[in-house]
Each structure stands twice: as structure tokens, then as C-alpha cells.
Design a binder for this molecule. Sequence first.
Ligand code: HEC
Length: 222
Amino acid sequence: MPRSLKYALAVIAVLALLPLALVAKARVATSPRPRVHLIFDMDNQPKFKAQSANPLFADGRAMRLPVPGTVARGTLVPQEVATGRKGVQWLEVIPVPVDRQLLLRGQERYNIFCAPCHGYSGYGDGAVQRRAERLEEGTWTPVASFHTETARARPVGYIFNAITNGVRTMPPYGAQIPVEDRWAIVAYVKALQRSQWATLADVPKEVRPQLEVRMREHDGTR
Ligand code: HEC
């Protein structure tokens, strides 16, 4: 092979590495300039960002108000039902009729949306929590149990609001769970709480003697 060809091949081989080197650099380096953008598609287009000015309108605002007379879609619910509070006070009583159907719906929705973290019984021991414990990353805020004194004392409106807007590190679920279902879940959380602190008085009279026997047996085995 002629020497000049060898040199040419060597140069080409080195040059071929250049794009790779540039890509590798681009992946780690930062630059104040916008990145090279060969095909624009619709990535850049004229628009007004939220809260910016728009000279097209007389009031100069880019964000427009709904046209007067606009009607909301869906069901309109009273403010207390939608927020879980009356003025600044949390509601103490669930503002929709609570029946077996609502509780069953609440159980179903709870098991879907809350149990992964809070656990099926509400002790804050769902699969997500158990996995976080195993990872031991040290950055995880433990999931709250619903059976502490504090949690039991929470008004229903507080729980409703926790679902709607999140609470401390817990994310909000208002966008995924409709208002009616949120109250169903609140009712179920209350039922869970009651189930873990039940007394003999919560049981129908006719089955109490039977239960008392069982409780004594249980005490005997402890
Ligand atoms: C992704 C995990 C996760 C899911 C899903 C989740 N939670 Fe939570 N929840 C948490 C964590 C974590 C906390 C504690 C937050 C903190 O203390 O910073 C918490 C706290 C709460 C509290 C506050 C307790 C208190 O007394 O302050 C309530 C009420 C609550 N959750 C209800 C619910 C309900 C109802 C659902 C289902 C709609 C739900 N959560 C779904 C993680 C979750």
C-alpha cells in the first residue's frame, strides 16, 4: 500500500472520531447558548406566556378572562363540598349522604389511590412505603398512619383537603379523583379508623356475648 494512502486512511480514521467526541462533550458540558436545532417542527412558535403583556387587547393582558355568561361544564357543587371547609373552618361532618354504597365506592377508590402508600388498613405500610424502607435512601418522609391520636382527631374536611391539594410531602390527587369520590374515600378512611379502635359497644347486642367469649380466649393465649 502506498505510504500516502496509509496517511490518508489514518487521517480519516482520526477525523471519524471527531463527531463522537463532540457528542460526548455536548452531553457533559453546559452552554448558555441555545442548542443546535436543525429541524424546528413546532418547537418554537409565537406565543404569549402566562402573566405576560399582549398589546392586541385593550387591557394589555395576554391571559383572558372567560367570556361573560360562560357556563361551567360538569356538576356545580356547593363551595363547602368542593373545598371541605366552611370559611376557614374544616368541615367536621361529611357534607354528602353517607350510605353503604358510598363506603363501598370509597373502599374501592382508597384501595386504588391510597393503599399503595397508606396500606390497606391505613397504618402507613403500603408497598411504596415498604420499598422505600428497603432502599434506605434517607430522604423519604414516612407515610402517615391514620391510626395515631393526631390522625384520628383530624376533621373530615382536613382529610378531604389532603386528597385535593396534598399535604406536606404528599402529592395532590384532586386532578385524578372527582369530588364525590374524594368524599367516598374520606368516609372510608373514617371507617378504617373506627375499625381499629372499635369497642364492644360498636357490635350489635345479640352477638356481644359470643364476642366476649372470643375476647377472653384471645386474652388467654397472649
Ligand atoms: C405516594 C404515596 C401516597 C399516596 C398515594 C397517598 N398518600 Fe397520603 N400521605 C403520604 C405521605 C408521605 C404523607 C405524610 C406527608 C408528610 O408528613 O410530609 C401522607 C399524609 C397524609 C395525610 C395527613 C395525615 C395528617 O394527619 O396530617 C392524609 C389525611 C392522607 N395522607 C390521606 C391520603 C389519602 C386519602 C390518599 C388517597 C387518596 C393518600 N393519602 C394517598 C403519602 C401518600
